[in-house]
Each structure stands twice: as C-alpha cells, then as structure tokens.
Design a protein around this ligand. Structure first.
Ligand code: ADP
Length: 607
C-alpha cells in the first residue's frame, strides 16, 4: 500500500517542532526566548567593554570612575552569563521530558494506528524512522531542532545588531562579508541534499540489519538456525549488510568533511580582508582607537554571527530530516481518517453481514485479490469459507474487520454500509481466532481476557478455558491461570504447544463473547483426533452466533449451515455440503481428494 506522506521544507518542519514543544510545555518556549536574548547581549557587552575602557582612558577619567563603570558592565556580563547557563540547563531537562513524552505518544499510536500501516513493510519503515527520530536522546528531533531554532533566532538578532554597528564604518564591508558567507550556506546544502536523496537506501539496510540481529535471539528462529547450521550463512549476510551500511556512512562523512574544509577556507579569506581594512583605517587616522577596538570586536562577532547563522541553518536542515521522519509516520496514519460527525447505533445481536460486489487490491492498480465478491451471512448462520491458499479468505476477514477498505462495492452490517458505524464499535462485533495469533508475556488469565488482572472476570476465564478444552492443562500449572506465560520475561514462563496455543486463542474468542465468531484455520496445529473433537466443540460454541469458519480441511466444515468455496477472490460455489457435492464442481473434487488422503492416513495409522 502506498502511504501518503509529504516532504516539508526545513522552515515548515522547524515550525512544526516548535508547535510540538508548545503542545507539551509552553514554559520551555519562554525559556528559549530568554536564553536567546542573553546569548546576544553577553557577546555584545563583551565587545562594548574594551571600547569603554579605551574611551575612558583616552578621556583621562579618574581611576574610581573607570573602575565603577567597568565593574558595572563586567558584573552585568557575569550575571547574564550565569542566568544563561541556568536557563540552558533547565531547558535541556524540559526538552528531555518533552521528547520522552513523544516516545510514549508514538508507542500509543503504534497500538492505535491502522492495521494497514502495521502490516505493510513501508508502514514498518515509517514507524521505525519515527521512533528513531524521537528516541535517539540528544540526536532526537526535538533536541536537535529546538537548539537550532534558538541558535538561528540568536544569530539573526546578533546579525542585525552588528550590522547596524558596522554600517557606521562602511556599508560595503557588510556586503563583502555576507557575499563570502553565502559559500558557507551552499556547502552544507550540498551535504544535506546527498543525505536526503539517499536516506531511503540506508534505511532499507538498517531495517534488514535490525531484523536479522533481532531474529538471532528469537527462540522461534533459534531452532532453525542451530539445526540447519545457518550461523555462517547468517554471519556472511550480516557482514555484507554492515559493510554496505558502512560505505554509506563513509560517503556521508566525506561529504561533510569536504563541506567543512570549504567553510574554513572561506572564513579565512573573509575575516582576513576585513581586518586588513580596519588596520588601514586606524593606521591612517580615519577612526579613533576606541572605535577601532569596537569595530574589531564587531567584525569578529559579525563573522561569528554569520557562521552561526549558516551552522544553525545546517543544523535545522539535519533536524528537519528527523522531524520529517516523525511527521511521515504521524501523517501517514492520519491520512484518510475522517471524523464522522455521528455514527449509526450498532446493536450487538442478530448480526447480518453482506458483501455486496466487493473488490479489493492491496496495491492500487494491481490485480484484485477480492474480485466482485457477493455473499450474505444471515443472523446466527455458520458459514464455512474454503479454498486453496491465496484464494483471498484471510483478506476477506481483514476487510470484514475493517482493517482495509474495499476498492469498490461495500460490506453491509444489518443492511447499512460498514462506514456508517463507529470502527471501534464494529470491532466489538467480532471475536476472532487468527492463524498467526499472538501470546503476550502476561498471565494465562490475562492472555485469555486480554485485560488487566484487576478488570478481568476470573470465573469467565475458567469457563472459556473449559469450553476450549484447555482447563485441565492450565489447572495442572503451579499457579493455574495466574501462571506467567512465555520465557521472554521469566524462565518459569509457560510455553504452550501449537495445539494448546490454538485452544488458548479459542478461549480468548469465547471470553470476548461477541455476536460474530471468526475462526481462521483454527485447527491447523491440532492432531487429527483433537481436531475432530474440536469441530464438535465449535458446533456448540458457535450456537446462536453468526460465524465465519475458514478451513482447508473440507470435512471440518460439516457443522456449518453454508459452505462458500472461494476461488481467485470470488465465491465460486455456495450451498450446503450435499448441494456442493451434487454440483460435482471444485468442492466435490477437493473433498474426494482429501477423503482419500485422510483414509490413507487412517489406514496407515491402523496398520
Ligand atoms: P488465503 O487466506 O486464501 O490463503 P490471502 O487472503 O492470505 O489468501 O491472500 C490472497 C492474496 O493476497 C495472495 O496472493 C497473497 O499473496 C496476497 N496478499 C495477502 N496479504 C497481502 C499483503 N499484506 N500485501 C500484499 N498482498 C497480500
């Protein structure tokens, strides 16, 4: 899926970051403002003080008067300097807090964002980049951008102040200093463009490296890696990826170094000319000594303000890439989400589901995975969805859950299009057992109820586990339903077999007790005996609920009222088992092949 993101210019991103800060901590902006004023005033007083001294000595004022005026200015500088340091430390702390609040917000957003974003590789990349942008401490977007914004405000104020001083000397000198400084502006732009144009390439490498390094410690992969002795192979893959990544680092660093060298040469040329002119002026008596001291300081300071301006623009450019990374995810998630002023009320019983001429393709313009599909599940009806791999069964479930929107046609719930209902309320309709369901490192009871311990109803957890035929096993655990699951947190964590995990997922669906039950290949990990017992259980468990039961094994669909055979994204055959057998179509053909296979398996087992 193509995510909708826009590139923003560096100033737009700077403003965005200021707004981010303002949304969390208004005081911080005032601290920045005060620091900015101090940072301009302190160096100005620094060049003003020598002029004052020379002026007063030349005017032959009394030593007491000289000491008084000098110490007043010096004390002012010291106080402002101390206040500036204090404000900087406070703003640092507040920035750290603000940035960590955005890390938290991003975690929360990853839980709420559209499933489409979660499932796509592009969405994963956007999330990883956004997280990097706020998570990387002093490399994070706020801690990079805000000092740069503050630096630019300081440099602009300082530039204005020193320009007015130097214009008294000779306006042309200002033009010369500015013109040479332009070179300093262009060089970092050259570096930044390179980074902007290539960051997607190294982000792809980073993603692969992260994936591989994480999987090395993943127990699910650990078995394969050891049994198939994949260590050398994985090491060489990782080494190749790291070497490619290092090459990008080198190229970027070379560019940065080149730009830095160019900057240094330009500064040498710029300041050299200005000082030569000043020396000429004072040596020919065109300016007094006190003014020479002031102008000398002003030229040094002016050049520093320009360098700082250039440096801060470059820093804003770098920070802007980070802000852009953050925005890209936030805006991709916000894309297409519109606030519906009022949603239709959804009653949670007698649910009728209709797919009306639904089409869907994962990528715009690619082949339809669901192709003009129409089907109705009446209230309380149990429909089995069968078909070969890739027929589109799971995609149909994703559309039904609202994870994706049909490209055309519509899905209707109780005679109204799905989009007229609150998406959150719609999810309340479904209890689902997905093929790739996940267990969490919480207690067994929490894994069933998917709620915090304080909120869950233990008696309902027990009933659900019993109905899913997992109660006996859970009771045999030392802490029963309070046992911790998975070994990621504790070594004593409970690890379930594939079949037991599937029963756990079923218990989860039963606990939710929603009017529509979706079972996507729920018996794939069960042995044939457990599988057949499980079908009988489903028959009872689905009683009174509308249900969609996806399976490869056609014999498992007998308990359903209707069977839909999916082929190439369409419902190719629809009816009861007997009706479809009488059709002698694909269903009958698949059923016969599977019965032979199972018979052979059973005979093999008997022999
Ligand atoms: P089934 O559940 O019947 O095996 P699926 O609905 O999983 O079929 O897949 C139908 C088709 O859609 C397959 O060709 C599959 O490769 C493709 N597909 C599934 N998920 C995605 C996805 N997230 N992005 C792109 N294509 C997908």
């Amino acid at each position: 899926m193509k995510m909708q993101t826009r590139g923003h210019n560096i100033w737009a991103n700077a403003l965005y970051c200021v707004k981010m800060v303002n949304a969390k901590d208004r005081v911080l902006l005032w601290l920045f403002l005060a620091t900015t004023l101090i940072e301009v005033l302190v160096p100005f007083l620094g060049i003003f003080l020598p002029k004052l001294v020379v002026e007063q000595i030349t005017a032959k004022v009394s030593p007491v008067q000289l000491i008084m005026s000098v110490s007043t200015v010096a004390l002012g500088i010291a106080l402002l300097y101390a206040a500036g340091g204090d404000l900087k430390t406070r703003s640092q702390w507040r920035m750290i807090m603000v940035q960590s609040e955005y890390v938290w917000d991003l975690y929360m957003q990853s839980l709420r964002c559209s499933y489409q974003l979660v499932e796509s590789a592009e969405g994963q990349t956007l999330y990883q980049r956004a997280m990097d942008a706020v998570y990387k401490g002093d490399e994070g977007c706020i801690r990079l951008m805000m000092p740069a914004v503050m630096g630019i405000c300081t440099a602009v104020l300082g530039f204005a102040l020193y320009t007015s001083i130097l214009s008294l000397l000779n306006p042309w000198i200002i033009l010369g200093l500015v013109a040479l400084s332009l070179v300093n502006v262009l060089l970092p732009m050259w570096t930044r463009r390179f980074e902007r144009e290539n960051k997607d390439r190294w982000a792809a490498l980073d993603k692969k490296i992260n994936y591989l390094t994480q999987k090395c410690l993943d127990p699910a992969y650990g078995k394969e890696i050891r049994v198939y002795r994949m260590q050398c192979w994985l090491r060489s893959k990782l080494a190749a990826l790291l070497s490619a990544r290092r090459k990008w680092d080198c190229r970027t660093e070379n560019r940065r170094y080149g730009a830095m060298l160019g900057n240094a040469l330009t500064i040498l040329l710029r300041d050299g000319f200005a000082y030569a002119y000043l020396i000429y002026k004072v040596s020919t008596g065109q300016i007094p000594l006190a003014d020479f001291v002031l102008y000398f300081g002003a030229i040094t300071g002016f050049s520093q303000w320009i360098s700082s301006l250039v440096e801060q623009v470059s820093k804003i450019g770098t920070a802007s890439l980070r802000v852009e990374d953050y925005r890209a995810f936030v805006e991709a998630d916000a894309h297409g989400k519109t606030e519906q002023p009022s949603y239709r009320t959804l009653l949670l019983n007698d649910i009728k589901i209709e797919f009306c001429d639904v089409c869907f393709a994962y990528e715009p313009g690619s082949k339809n995975v669901i192709d003009h599909l129409s089907m109705t599940i009446e209230p309380g009806q149990k429909v089995a969805l069968v078909g070969v791999n890739g027929a589109g069964k799971t995609t149909l479930v994703k559309l039904l859950c609202g994870f994706y929107t049909p490209s055309s046609g519509e899905i209707r719930i109780n005679d109204h299009p799905m989009h007229e209902y609150d998406p959150d309320a719609l999810l309340g309709l479904f209890a689902a057992v997905f093929q790739d369901a996940a267990l969490f490192p919480f207690t067994v009871a929490e894994n069933v109820a998917l709620q915090p311990k304080k909120k869950l109803e233990a008696w309902r957890v027990d009933i659900s586990l019993r109905q899913a035929k997992l109660q006996e096993h859970i009771q045999s655990l030392p802490d029963g339903a309070d046992s911790q699951m998975l070994k990621v947190v504790t070594n004593a964590g409970v690890v379930l077999s594939g079949g037991q995990a599937q029963k756990m997922f079923l218990a989860r669906a039963l606990y939710k007790d929603s009017p529509v039950l979706i079972l996507d290949e729920p018996t794939a990990a069960l042995d044939p005996i457990a599988e057949s017992a499980q079908y009988k259980a489903y028959e009872e468990l689905c009683f009174g609920k509308s249900s969609l039961y996806i399976s490869h094994r056609l014999a498992s669909t007998m308990f359903c009222d209707r069977i839909a055979l999916m082929k190439d994204g369409r419902i190719a055959e629809w009816g009861t088992h007997e009706e479809l057998m009488a059709l002698h179509g694909d269903y009958a053909h698949m059923y016969e092949i599977q019965s032979h296979y199972y018979q052979a398996e059973e005979e093999g087992a008997d022999a």
